[in-house]
Design a protein around this ligand. Structure first.
Ligand code: TRP
Length: 330
């Protein structure tokens, strides 16, 4: 195998079945990076605890998300795919990093301020420390590249600073400063045509939905609000169905929809039908792989357990170096 360029680490909270936003915003990037990097992908269940009210769905959500990852082309023979809480070394590193982190830096982060705005009565200590735990994830595995959405860029910057502070404080170079890697399509708008696609707004389309479910969701998509009647000319530039055509349809079809919409040659119903058909064709191989993988109900858990072991081996090594650097050798 060709020499890899470095190590990738990324994590995602266990949110269950993945949607188009997850797929184009993250998963596709994860898959592609496997060709050039040694990849570690983590289901960050501990991070999920900062906001979830009940842990009832954590396990099924972990399963469904990992299954979507695998059906999308994650290769468990090469990449490490594991569950954050199964490698508790991350909590220890989190504590050590917290000692070199000024509190103000955490409370100034835009992501933290946003969470406080959303739920002012649920500002727990763990929420403030969220980026410290994320930094611990990345630094524990000595990742050089972190694929994330732009919203997470401040956290990766924080990780770099935490690594620098730690190394400086203890006169070491054990922790490695990572770089961000952004996705091509960073933001997918939901079927409401307004907000970023997400489960909480129920404006999403699951990648592994059936063709029927998919079509139903696509038919309910909001189009150009100015186009009231079939005979009105439309404006594809403001239509989210058109932006999906750009992803799922051929360049020729995109070009023809573009003209036909503007001249009212095609109506929204037909335009959506064609998009749904192309979307379903696009995901058909993935859905087929997914359903094959479920034939063995243990498969996903076997992959994750194997990943836990491989992740643990890396984590133990780093922690030994970290403890020695601090002056707390075991
Ligand atoms: N904070 C990330 C998010 O909310 C999830 C995450 C946790 C992560 N640890 C990470 C992402 C490490 C990249 C690297 O999306």
């Amino acid at each position: 195998m060709a020499q890899k360029k470095g190590r990738v680490f990324s994590g995602a909270r266990p949110t269950g079945r993945q949607h188009l936003g997850n797929y184009f915003g993250a998963i596709q990037n994860y898959i592609g990076l496997q060709d050039d990097y040694d990849c570690v992908y983590c289901v960050v269940d501990v991070h999920a605890l900062t906001t979830v009210e009940t842990t009832r769905d954590l396990i099924p959500n972990t399963y469904e998300m990992a299954l979507d990852w695998l059906a999308s082309g994650m290769r468990p023979e090469e990449s490490v795919i594991f569950i954050q809480s199964h490698v508790p070394e991350v909590m220890e590193l989190h504590t050590y990093l917290s000692m070199v982190t000024p509190l103000g830096k955490l409370t100034d982060l835009p992501t933290f301020k946003e969470k406080v705005r959303q739920a002012p009565n649920n500002v727990n200590y763990g929420l403030v420390g969220y980026p410290v735990l994320m930094a611990a994830d990345i630094l524990l595995y000595k990742a050089t590249v972190v694929p994330v959405g732009v919203d997470q860029a401040p956290h990766v910057e924080f990780t770099r600073e935490a690594a620098r502070s730690f190394n400086y404080r203890y006169g070491t170079s054990v922790l490695v400063e990572p770089d961000c890697k952004f996705t091509q399509i960073p933001k997918v708008i939901g079927i409401d045509g307004q907000a970023k696609m997400g489960k909480s707004l129920d404006n999403h389309i699951e990648i592994a939905a059936t063709p029927e479910e998919t079509s139903k969701r696509v038919m309910s998509m909001v189009t150009d609000p100015q186009r009231q009647r079939r005979s009105d000319p439309g404006n594809p530039d403001v239509c989210n169905v058109f932006s999906f055509h750009k992803i799922f349809s051929s360049p020729e079809e995109v070009a023809s929809i573009n003209t036909e919409c503007r001249s009212a040659g095609i109506g929204c119903v037909d335009c959506k039908k064609r998009m749904a058909q192309n979307l379903n064709a696009y995901f058909a191989p993935l859905r087929e792989r997914r359903s094959k993988l479920t034939e063995n109900p243990n498969y996903v858990w076997d992959v994750l357990h194997d990943g836990d072991k491989r992740a643990k081996a890396i984590a133990e090594q780093t922690m030994q170096e970290v403890r020695e650097a601090i002056g707390l050798p075991k």
